[in-house]
Write a new protein. Structure first.
Length: 385
């Protein structure tokens, strides 16, 4: 990985239980490690596959109850214990960037969001009380750990400006945190939704002076980077998040690295179209062959004029491509990055038309205007103060 572009790795805490070597290697390389506890799994039915396996062994798992974030059950000793056990699980897993518990809300601005803010405050208090910023065992004194507040926001809510404004106001004043981990839930990468996520991330950064990370926004995460969002979480399991999760089989030992695991095909990404090429399986093969012949790939994980074959080669190709795309943007100023992405989006539209592929996601063109609006509001506020 290009370390000037990729500074941290993220993997679900339940998967990290069986992949400690990766965490050790990342920490040794001086990278940040994020291990989200995925408290939202406690919202699923008791017999759901996502509540079994390694997740069931974590202290934050609520084995006998289904957590309803809109319930008043959070306003008790339950919330304090829940926040403490969530933090404890992530720190014991050797996360260098811990997160607060996050759940999927059916409504915004109601009891559920108040409970999420309560959990964030309690986690921040626990982090301070136990001196959670101390480095993980075996790490140098300079490797201080930090806490990010989780904000899970559904796409249907992200497109409502009043909801975004309220979230910025509520979370910008949180104490004891270093940043925000925004998880786009059920995001369709439409223009209005991506504009909302951009406004949330950039609004929080402007109001608090802290970094915001966006995950789950798909390939349009590049638009967020181009317009100045501090970071995005992108990769095999960071591109989208659907709730409730699709009923795919749970992997052996929560590994998610089984070449032959059924139901887990990986799309092939190509930089020339800013997205995935065609469909999975044989149906999408003609398009894949055509684009790699027309635009050879220099990633080195497969023949340049042929698409990658098999899950491992595809994942490595995709990881290189996502990193290369991000690197082209984050090394530029925001105006220059937005112009570059605009040119690439126009080229991608032409290539998609040539190959008879689907339309480019509108999020690629909607983020820059939303970002400009946030910058204008921030500048006006600075003048008034």
């Amino acid at each position: 990985m290009d370390r000037s572009v990729v500074g941290s790795i993220a993997m679900p805490l339940a998967h990290a239980v069986h992949d400690s070597n990766l965490i050790t290697a990342a920490l040794k390389a001086g990278m940040g490690v994020v291990l989200p506890g995925q408290a939202w799994r406690n919202q699923l039915p008791l017999d759901h596959a996502k509540r079994s396996g390694a997740f069931a062994s974590l202290a934050l798992h609520r084995a006998r109850i289904v957590v309803h974030p809109d319930d008043a059950m959070f306003r008790s000793a339950f919330a304090e214990r829940y926040a403490a056990e969530h933090l404890d699980a992530e720190l014991n897993g050797r996360a260098s960037i811990a997160t607060t518990p996050g759940h999927v809300l059916e409504q915004e601005g109601a009891v559920g969001r108040a409970n999420e803010l309560l959990l964030a405050r309690l986690t921040a208090e626990e982090f301070l009380a136990r001196r959670g910023s101390a480095p993980a065992p075996g790490q140098p004194a300079s490797a201080r750990r930090v806490l990010y507040a989780t904000i899970m926001l559904q796409g249907q809510h992200a497109k409502v400006p009043s909801i975004v404004e309220r979230l910025v106001g509520d979370y910008a004043t949180l104490e004891g945190i270093s940043g925000y981990w925004i998880i786009a839930t059920n995001c369709n990468q439409s223009g209005v939704q991506l504009a909302g996520y951009a406004s949330l991330a950039l609004g929080l950064e402007a109001a608090s002076g802290r970094s915001a990370v966006c995950s789950g926004v798909g390939d349009t995460h590049l638009a967020l980077l181009a317009s100045g969002v501090a970071a995005t979480c992108a990769g095999l399991h960071g591109m989208s998040f659907t709730f409730p999760p699709a009923p795919l089989p749970e992997l052996h030992k929560d590994s998610e690295d089984d070449e032959d695991e059924p139901g887990l095909g990986v799309y092939v990404y190509h930089r020339a179209i800013l997205g995935n090429v065609g469909r999975l399986g044989e149906e999408g093969e003609p398009a894949r062959r055509a684009i790699f012949r027309n635009r050879p790939c220099p990633c080195g994980h497969h023949p340049a004029e042929e698409p990658p074959r098999g899950k491992r080669a595809t994942v490595r190709h995709n990881a290189w491509s996502v990193s290369a795309d991000a690197g082209d943007l984050v090394k530029l100023s925001v105006p220059a990055a937005e112009r570059l992405l605009g040119r690439r989006a126009s080229q991608a539209v032409r290539m998609r038309t040539f190959l008879n592929l689907g339309q480019l996601k509108r999020g690629f063109t909607s983020v820059a205007p939303a970002a400009a609006h946030v910058r204008a509001d921030s500048a006006a506020a600075d003048e008034q103060t």
